[in-house]
Design a protein around this ligand. Structure first.
Ligand SMILES: Cc1cc2nc3c(=O)[nH]c(=O)nc-3n(C[C@H](O)[C@H](O)[C@H](O)COP(=O)(O)O)c2cc1C
Length: 201
């Protein structure tokens, strides 16, 4: 089949995010100007450069208690920092709990039963016990076409890795099985790893 997005897909559910899969989940922690911690998962997320290391995520839609965005984007706009926490399979329920649409005064660390640990390079909390966390300084917020679509770009200023995830000098994802987002209500976890040698190696 073929469809033009402006004409609709004619299927029971939008297939778009089932086509672009699997997506890593950036579990984004921020803090508002009153000191309230915030945490939410974003699967429009990725790493985008090595030197300096940079990441992006995008927020679609707004909350009733903000004009044009969600809490994460609003907080980053005000403070200029955020932290990306990696979601392991074992944390799937807490990740899901943190995605609830809650009033901006609600701390999703507490709501999801997670430990908030202070970051080293930015004034923000990270998820205690996460396999890895990337402390980031905002570089740009880009308004995308459509209503309330925001691309957030950041430079990584600090990297945490859980000690048990480092095996023989490598960050070994088999120790925690990263949770990935598929389409619809579907998720997957990485359980199998194999190597492919590049032609230039
Ligand atoms: C696995 C998962 C991935 C999500 N990815 C996104 C995303 O990429 N962009 C987005 O705007 N919302 C995404 N959401 C929804 C947000 O997490 C949700 O709207 C949340 O309440 C936003 O919180 P905030 O207002 O504290 O930023 C996702 C939810 C889940 C469960």
């Amino acid at each position: 089949m073929f469809y033009r997005p402006q004409d609709g897909h004619g299927l029971p559910h939008n297939p778009f995010n089932a086509i672009v899969t699997p997506r890593p989940i950036g579990w984004i922690s921020t803090r508002d100007t009153d000191g309230v911690n915030n945490l939410a998962p974003y699967s429009f997320f990725n790493a985008i450069a090595y030197t300096p290391p940079q990441v992006m995520f995008s927020s679609t839609g707004a909350k009733p208690d903000h004009d044009t965005s969600k809490d994460s984007v609003n907080n980053i706009r005000e403070t200029g920092v955020f932290c990306v926490n990696v979601v392991e399979y074992a944390a799937r329920d807490a990740m899901n709990a943190s995605s609830a649409t809650l009033a901006k005064e609600v701390d999703e660390f507490a709501h999801a039963g997670l430990e908030a640990v202070e970051c080293d390079t930015i004034a923000c909390a990270r998820v205690g016990g996460a396999p890895a966390s990337l402390e980031c300084k905002l570089t740009q917020i880009v308004q995308l076409p459509g209503a309330s679509n925001w691309l957030v770009l950041g430079e990584v200023t600090g990297v945490h890795m859980r000690d048990d995830c480092i095996v023989n000098g490598r960050f070994d994802i088999s120790t925690f099985q990263p949770l990935t987002r598929l389409g619809y209500r579907d998720y997957s976890r990485v359980t199998e790893v194999f190597e492919i040698i590049r032609p230039d190696d």
